[in-house]
Structures are given as C-alpha cells and as structure tokens.
Ligand binder design. Structure first.
Ligand code: HEC
Length: 174
C-alpha cells in the first residue's frame, strides 16, 4: 500500500466515524425531545385514552341490586341489546320492526315466508282479515309453507309494534 492510500483510508475512516457519531447524536436528541413532547401528547390524547379504556373493560357488566349502577347506564345500547338477547335496539315503528326483524324472512321470502310486496302471496292472507294476521304474527303460525315464529322472534317487543309491522307489510302488498 502506498503512503497515499494509507492517508486516504485514515481520512475516510475519520469521516465515516464522525458521520456515525452525528447520526447517534441526532437519534439521541430526537428521542429526548420526543419523550417531552410527542409521547406525552399521544398518551394524554382523549381518543387514545378512550380506546385503551374500552380495551381494558371487562367482557360483561352486571347491575347489582342496591348498588350504584350508574356506570352501566352509559352503555344503554349494549345493555338494551343484552336484555333482548343480543338483538338490535328497540325499533320505534312498524317500518323499523319490519326492517330489523321481519325482513330477515319476509324481505326475500326465505323459509316459506310470503315475500313483502308480493301481492299474489299476500292476497289470500290479507283475505283472512287483520285480526287473524295479528294473531298469527303475535303467537306464531304454522301454515303450509313454513313456520312463522311468534313475533318473528322478537318476543321482547310490545304487541302494538308487531301489529304495526303487520300493517306495514300488508300495506306493501296492496
Ligand atoms: C324466521 C322467519 C320469519 C320471520 C323473522 C318473520 N316471519 Fe312472518 N312468516 C314466516 C313464514 C314462514 C310465514 C308463512 C307461514 C305459512 O303460511 O306457512 C310467515 C307468515 C306471516 C304472516 C301471515 C300469517 C298468515 O296467517 O298467513 C304474517 C302477518 C307475518 N308472517 C308477520 C310477520 C311479522 C310482523 C314479522 C316481524 C315481526 C315476521 N312475520 C317475521 C316467517 C317469518
């Protein structure tokens, strides 16, 4: 190796060494600054805290008689769903009952259910009179084409809502 080469390698190593030292210094500085700013912000961020809170919640919560159950009230949607055996929340009118529940079978005419809006399928049923249809919707009905479960499975719903849903479906077929 010539003297010139040795000189080059020395300078080259020195430059690389300085660059590595600078990189490490910048890294350390960035970590240091972040620990005072970014990390703190992220950990204090409301959305983040909420998501952590959600993740560390117990699977189920029970209301205990005689104790303060107000915490449970926040999750009314979930509580309502739990009370109805996991079904959707309480609908407000016949159209909503139809969409949430009845349409599962009557929407496409599944399992022998008369398809909503199908006049030919509904005409002979409508001819039985509303009172019969109400009764069959409320108490369930086993006809020739299939099984209509009581209240379409939503036994938690009040009779009036089910009747409103019958009215809605009858209306669709007229
Ligand atoms: C699990 C499927 C299913 C769901 C959900 C369902 N139905 Fe039915 N429904 C049927 C079947 C099947 C029939 C036809 C029974 C037959 O005539 O053999 C039927 C028939 C009916 C009839 C006609 C009864 C008659 O006397 O001809 C009415 C009214 C009715 N359903 C209302 C409803 C309402 C209201 C809901 C929602 C609250 C609902 N159904 C949800 C399956 C279902």
């Amino acid at each position: 190796m010539s003297k010139q080469d040795t000189h080059f390698i020395n300078i080259f190593s020195l430059v690389i060494g300085i660059l590595v030292a600078i990189a490490i210094a910048i890294f350390a500085l960035a970590r240091n600054v972040a620990s005072h700013t970014q990390d703190v912000d992220v950990r204090a961020e409301a959305q983040y805290l909420k998501s952590v809170d959600g993740r560390i919640q117990p699977f189920a919560q029970e209301a205990v008689a005689g104790q303060d159950n107000t915490r449970l009230a926040i999750k009314t949607d979930t509580a309502a769903a739990a009370a109805t055996g996991g079904s959707a929340a309480i609908p407000k009118d016949g159209a909503e009952v139809f969409q949430q529940t009845c349409s599962v079978c009557h929407g496409q005419g599944i399992a022998g259910a008369p398809k909503a809006g199908d006049r030919a399928a509904w005409a002979p049923r409508i001819a039985k009179g509303k009172a019969v249809l109400y009764q069959h919707a409320l108490q369930g009905f086993q006809g020739t084409s299939g099984v209509m479960p009581p209240k379409g499975g939503r036994v938690d719903l009040p009779d009036d809502l089910i009747k409103a849903a019958v009215d809605h479906m009858v209306g669709m077929a007229q």
